[in-house]
Design a protein around this ligand. Structure first.
Ligand code: AMP
Length: 517
């Protein structure tokens, strides 16, 4: 089935319900959103000459039009290629070239960033700014009925966030997106037409993907006026919208909890914060539960398997009587209902319960493959299992605990040290706001543990007290031998901490020392 059918269905019997809003103002009902999608699909085909199977870029900051453009693409069975608005011009060019996009929609300042790209990217014939009359003109084209789409036809090319190397286009089919949608209702949360899905996180990533289940249920999609995440505005939107739900990176939850306004804000309207995309530390989860109540659902997923592979339900977050409650909170939960998850060694053989290995999975949510990249596909989809590149372990109840990506693991004196474990301990210190642990090259041991620590405002932290905390909780060899106190951690456009950048900083620092020394 074409994933666009979800909008068709909602508009047919909930057409008068509000579909899209900016801040507190509704800008389209479901009937209007469906009509716009139909007309724009007509514009894509009849005016711009795109055909089913073509690719169409979306280079936009958060705006309701993203939903319209995406559904218009699906109505014409064209694959949408949403890209993070903060990318560099060269990165946009690379992605558009890589997927052979024929057209690309953009908004606001992205007009300047992408100007003239049609002359550089061979396949690209049209750049359409949704803030300009060319877009309005396309919306006046003859409407098109929803196209037929085979389940495996590409619907969304998800270019991996690329904390390393060149981004690859995880090709998500119509079946993948329908499977993701059904799974939201099955394992993540219930949704009804009175709920509001608030896009504080980029719509070209997780927040947009999870917008689809909210379309399927006729709920409202809200784009904050700031277009992103401002803690004060987020709190205002929560108090305005009943059933307010979000997708947050864990770092956004921390920022919300740190905002002084949270002390007096009325958060009773908050329904659910779905969080994931990076590690959430137990201390932060406990703080969030304490302040916000039982409103958290964790997902662990990747662009190659949206949005989840495993998840920690709302109930698991508050099952305080469970003998392994805290251990479970530090995990990413069991496999979602419709996937099989295994932990395998380097020969793809399952490892015994408790053993650490690569997390692999199979099921209807697994991407078709990376766009035109047979080499990466042979490796990543070997034996019909998606190889996540994440290290983890399964316990006897099927809960998965992540052990960092293989490249983040520290090897000191031949022993593996998982940064996450050390980070969890350091975060227990009330004056530690954020932390990231990496390996520092050491001539004898291979690597030493180094912790980058962001103290809370005005706090004066000493290495000695952090060292004492580590000695209390973890083996001596795991505790950091070096500390760096910094004001903030480098993060990518999705709020993920960039350990690659910390390693580069460290390398520059070391070279300087060598130079001086
Ligand atoms: P992306 O494809 O940009 O969504 O990034 C996916 C990667 O983010 C995964 O392979 C994990 O390394 C990491 N990740 C996703 N969810 C979680 C989570 N709940 N906890 C820790 N890391 C996560």
């Amino acid at each position: 089935m074409n994933v666009g059918a979800l909008l068709e269905r909602t508009a047919s019997f909930q057409g008068a319900r509000p579909a899209l809003a900016i801040g507190q103002n509704t800008v389209a009902t479901y009937a209007e959103m469906r009509d716009q999608a139909r007309h724009l699909a007509g514009g894509l085909v009849d005016e711009l000459g795109l055909v089913p199977g073509d690719r169409c870029g979306i280079a936009m900051t958060n705006t309701p039009e993203i939903m319209v453009v995406m559904f218009a693409c699906w109505y014409a069975n064209i694959a949408a290629v949403p890209m993070n608005a903060k990318l560099h011009r060269r990165e946009f060019a690379y992605i558009l070239e890589n997927c052979g996009a024929r057209a690309c929609f953009l908004n606001g300042k992205l007009g300047d960033t992408l100007m003239g790209l049609e002359r550089e990217v061979a396949s690209l014939a049209h750049l359409i700014n949704v803030d300009e009359p060319t877009y309005t003109h396309l919306l006046e084209a003859s409407p098109r009925e929803l196209a037929d789409a085979a389940p495996e036809d590409p619907a969304w090319l998800f270019y991996t966030s690329g904390t390393t190397g060149r981004p690859k286009g995880a090709t998500l089919s119509h079946r993948n997106l329908v499977s993701m949608t059904m799974n939201y209702f099955c394992d993540v949360d219930t949704v009804n037409e009175k709920d509001a899905w608030i896009h504080s996180a980029p719509m070209t990533h997780g927040s947009g993907l999870y917008g689809v289940p909210f379309v399927a249920r006729g709920a409202l999609q809200v784009v904050p006026e700031s277009g992103g995440f401002e803690p004060g505005e987020t709190l205002d939107l929560i108090s305005h919208y009943e059933g307010a739900s979000f997708f947050f990176a864990p770092t956004m939850i921390v920022r919300l909890l740190e905002d002084p306004r949270i002390a007096t804000a009325n958060t009773s309207n908050l329904k659910t914060i779905v969080y994931g995309g990076g590690p959430m530390y137990v201390e932060d989860t406990l703080r969030a539960l304490d302040r916000l109540g039982p409103k958290l659902v964790q997902i662990y997923g990747q662009g190659e398997a949206p949005m989840t592979i495993t998840g920690l339900t709302r109930e698991m977050h508050i099952d305080t009587g469970h003998p392994r409650y805290l251990e479970r909170l530090g995990s990413v939960g069991p496999a979602r209902t419709d996937v099989e998850v295994r932990i395998v060694d380097e020969n793809d053989k399952p490892v015994p319960v408790g053993g650490i290995g690569e997390i692999v999975l199979r099921g209807d949510v697994v991407m078709q493959g990376y766009w035109e990249n047979p080499e990466a596909n042979a490796r990543t989809l070997a034996g019909g299992w998606l190889h996540t590149g994440d290290l983890g372990a399964l316990d006897e109840e099927g809960f998965v605990t992540l052990k960092d990506r293989s490249k983040d693991m520290i090897i000191s004196g031949g022993t593996n040290i998982y940064p996450r474990e050390v980070e969890e301990v350091l975060l227990q210190h009330p004056q530690v706001l954020e932390v990231s642990v990496i390996g520092k090259p050491h001539p004898e041991w291979g690597e030493d543990v180094l912790a980058y620590v962001v103290p809370t405002a005005g706090a004066e932290l000493s290495e000695a007290e952090l060292d004492a905390l580590c000695l209390e909780h973890i083996a001596r060899f795991k505790r950091p031998k070096h500390y760096r106190f910094i004001e903030s951690l480098p993060k990518n456009n999705y709020g993920k901490v960039l350990k690659t950048e910390l390693r580069a900083q460290l390398e520059a620092e070391t070279n300087e020392e060598v130079h001086r020394g």
